[in-house]
Design a protein around this ligand. Sequence first.
Ligand code: 4AD
Ligand code: MG
Length: 442
Amino acid sequence: MTKDTWIGDVRTGEHDGAEVELKGWVHRSRGSNKIRFIVLRDSTGTVQCVIKREVVGDETFEAMKGALVESSVILTGIVESTEREHGHEVQVTSAVVVGPVNPERPFPITESAMAEAEGGETEFLLDNRHLYLRTGRMTSMLKMRSTVFGAIHSYFRDRDFIEYQAPNFVAGAVEGGSTLFEVPYFGRTAYLTQSWQLYAEAAMPALERLYTMAPSFRAEKSRTRRHLTEFWHAEMEMAWASNDDIMVHGEGVVRHIARSLLDEREAELIEQGRDLNLVARYADSPYPRMRYDEAVETLQGMGVEIEWGQDLDYSKEKVLTADFDVPTFLTHYPRIAKPFYHRPDPDDTKYVLCHDLLAPEGYGEIIGGGERTWSEKEILERIDEEGTPRDAYEFYIDIRRYGGVPHGGFGLGVDRVCAWLTGAEHIRETIAFPRDSRRVTP
Ligand code: 4AD
Ligand code: MG
């Protein structure tokens, strides 16, 4: 069975006056004993279909009357241009129900249930996530998400980066032990990876420019607006590159994502209530840079309690970025605030050559990256300084033993970027089945 006609095309007027066969789901249904109005939905939109008893006959009319919301149906009819709903209507000539809905178990996500959920009670919608995906809000979010993924692929592929995959079961931490997920692994303990980075560095001397998009895992206990336990991570690694070279690509890919959303998903952005001017600004303006020390002074000047050497947590990022118009890079964090792989700044080894990109509007850090420690001596020093056992990192140290070169990379939180650019309240709105500390179902 194939499908030839899409509701989105009916709405452009392409089929006016012609007979079409529409396959989809009943979005709304109302009517009398003589006439029934079904708003039919498919992945491209909705259109009103008019079913008259005198045209389709009693049997078909009764069947369509019994087709409850979310029943799947095939409707054949003539497309008419009208003044009503979206300017087009289908006068149905024949119809069949493909997958009915049992009247004893009607589709649970009704407009009133949604209205209640907006009022704070989202557990209901999360429990019914598998059905909630069909609603307009989720559908347009998933389309925008697809555009974001496509934009990341095209950005890197157009610049000769090779897509490369790293394992998800790993033996050691990348981003510190506190957020590691342990997995029983045939009598040993393995972990779910927090980042592809260490394995990307292993391929760096082979491929020189590489990228991935894959899930990363963090055992984040607290539920926040910007954390998932399983998130999608776009990461890149590049040989012969400095912190500045890496930031150029971080800025480049984020601006390209914003531009792609404007070009391909304007209607969906508007549907989510996003201000297009903001997205255009994020696509067109350069992203400024600020050193960590300056950020700390700024925060202290604002009366925020922060000590030099602390990483910036969300509450501090929020205050700092409140006045930012565009994403801003924070560079040169203190060495004690960042994991072992960051390269100490040769000009002042209290600092590392790294960057975080902070998004405005309270969305916080969307990219973390920088230069890697690339000599054997320095990496051993950094691993020991962190107090991590060397065993799990032998392969990583080897990369430095055989022709180490300056290199670097970054990781971008794809779900966070989706949340920020679409203006979502919560990161879980951006992914089909969000995972957090309280939920692995459905
Ligand atoms: O800053 P992070 O921890 O950096 C790394 O993992 C590096 N190894 C990446 C690299 O250089 N290849 O994570 C990178 C980004 C963050 O800036 C954030 O956007 C996102 O990943 N992120 C999360 N997104 C959603 N939920 C979480 N729990 C996240 N943790 C990090
Ligand atoms: Mg980070």
